[in-house]
Design a protein around this ligand. Structure first.
Ligand code: SF4
Ligand code: SF4
Length: 348
């Protein structure tokens, strides 16, 4: 069933929903962007419909709700420790189709992977319901259609903000019907983006020989100089999942503190440092190769569920060196074609 609500009615429904759920949505933070006078749009808890940013893609992804940039795992003293309980109130997460599809990727990595559930992610995953925000058209860095993440049916409700008619809501999950008992019914089903300006078609790597040659290919050396290893692309990425841990010792009692889980990045130097200071990928180009192959080959090779990348384009928007993952995939495609030809000649 679908409904149409005025702004006042929508806020009344939101008020009722907030008694049971924490409601997270993309929200604009004026003048907090990278440059002076630019805004940032990030996920935060909302209390009014007016706070929701409907038009522009968020700077940072919905994963910040499910796997925040840092969270406390446990508190310790010299004698004991207590696990942090976290907020167990159910979550309503508003996101576009690519954002909801990105959570499927995150769940694939964090839940059941290798027979193990990450309890901190699972805890949130089990209490989240999605509200699909109809995408009004992405930006020139989006390529969700190429990645097949422009559509989803994994949502409890779907919404569209129409400046003239107010909020349209499709309710798919019957547990939400009662919130709309007094609302005016209408005909509304969400539309999905069918075309992006940008198209990205990663080529299949046919065998291990080609993969091994691609790993050694000179194409990656370009990034040794261009990439400054800042990690901004992975922090903004909808699907990156790496984290590390940090112990925070309290200033007034150095025997007590907390262990935090903190977002990490495979693009930062020292990410894979081992005992004896040994690193597997010490050059920026090697780290770039690792990220790109992880998104467009390794994930599918392991899970057989397509690309890990959902084509949100946030990494392109955030890179201070204007490195585009779309262009990099293009270069990788050309390298694969060249290696395939060389392999063909050798076979003759
Ligand atoms: S790699 Fe880039 S385009 Fe793909 S999901 Fe991550 S941020 Fe989005
Ligand atoms: S944001 Fe750009 S410069 Fe920074 S690590 Fe990613 S690709 Fe390299």
């Amino acid at each position: 069933m679908s409904y149409t609500l005025t702004s006042k009615e929508a806020n009344q429904v939101l008020k009722e929903l907030r008694k049971t759920y924490r409601v997270f949505a993309p929200k604009r933070f004026p003048k907090q962007g990278r440059y002076s006078d630019t805004d940032i749009i990030k996920y935060d808890e909302i209390s009014t419909v007016e706070e929701i940013e409907f038009k522009e893609k968020s700077t940072f992804p919905a994963k910040e709700v499910m796997s925040p940039i840092h969270r406390t795992l446990f508190y310790f003293t010299e004698e004991e420790y207590h696990e942090a309980k976290g907020n167990m109130k159910p979550i309503l997460l508003l996101g576009r189709a690519c954002d909801i599809n990105a959570q499927k990727v995150q769940a694939r990595i964090y839940c059941g992977n290798g027979g193990f559930d990450d309890p901190y992610y699972k805890r949130l995953h089990d209490q989240v319901k999605y509200v699909l925000m109809e995408c009004p058209g992405g930006s020139d860095t989006c390529f969700c259609v190429s990645m097949g993440t422009n559509k989803t049916d994994d949502y409890a409700m779907a919404i569209r903000m129409d400046e003239e008619c107010g909020l349209k809501v499709e309710v798919k999950d019957p547990s939400f019907d009662s919130y709309f008992a007094d609302s005016e019914k209408c005909r509304f089903t969400p539309k999905f983006i069918e075309e992006n300006e940008l198209s990205v078609k990663p080529k299949k790597i046919k065998n291990k020989e080609i993969l091994n040659k691609l790993k050694k290919d000179d194409m990656w050396r370009e990034f040794d100089k261009r990439c400054i290893s800042c990690g901004a692309c992975t922090v903004a990425c909808s699907t990156c999942t790496c984290f590390t841990t940090r112990d925070i010792v309290y200033g007034d009692n150095t025997e007590a503190g907390e262990r935090r889980r903190v977002t990490d990045s495979c693009q930062v130097a020292g990410f894979d440092q081992m005992a004896g200071q040994r690193e597997i990928r010490s050059r920026a180009g090697d780290r770039m190769r690792y990220k790109v192959l992880h998104k467009f080959h390794d994930y599918d090779a392991r899970f057989h569920e397509g690309n890990m990348c959902v084509g949100c384009g946030r990494c392109i928007d955030r890179c201070p060196e204007f490195i585009s993952i779309a262009t990099t995939v293009d270069k990788m495609n050309k390298a694969i074609t060249r290696i395939e030809k060389e392999e063909g000649k050798q076979a003759k």
